[in-house]
Design a protein around this ligand. Structure first.
Ligand code: ASC
Length: 126
């Protein structure tokens, strides 16, 4: 899958760049600074849904390094819990987007952002 660990690290970082872009671009809508286009949000969240599954294959054994703390590997169970929490948060965000209800979207968006931050606080070097 990856010829060398650096390729995996580059892959997971690239996936995170895209995740951050597709997550962050919804902020103006969440803040009420841009109009809520339910169809555009649905399309964007569908992309997020796909992206959200990508980084993890490159966090397995042998992919230590990059911005990841050693705890990703020494506390693999804790990291897996964060990953599961994120998966659920993105599923809930998809459901909220598909409901076309801005208030549901705002709530689910906030929880997804907390999930990102909670994992970064524990497992990413600052
Ligand atoms: C982002 C991004 C994160 C999360 C986090 C939410 O857009 O890049 O890591 O949101 O900041 O609190």
């Amino acid at each position: 899958q990856f010829a060398k660990p650096e390729d995996g690290i580059e892959y997971r970082q690239a996936a995170k760049v895209l995740l951050a872009s597709h997550f962050g671009r919804m902020v103006p809508v969440i803040k009420g600074e841009a109009p809520y286009d339910a169809e555009a949000i649905k399309e964007n969240v569908a992309i997020l849904n796909t992206l959200a599954g990508l980084p993890w294959v490159a966090f397995g054994p042998g992919f230590e390094g990059g911005d990841a703390k050693p705890e990703v590997w020494s506390d693999a169970k804790g990291f897996e819990e964060k990953r599961e929490n994120f998966k659920v948060a993105i599923q809930n965000l998809s459901a909220a987007a598909n409901s076309s209800d801005l208030n549901k979207l705002k709530a689910a968006f906030g929880k997804a952002g907390q999930s990102c931050k909670s994992c970064h606080d524990s497992y990413r070097k600052d």
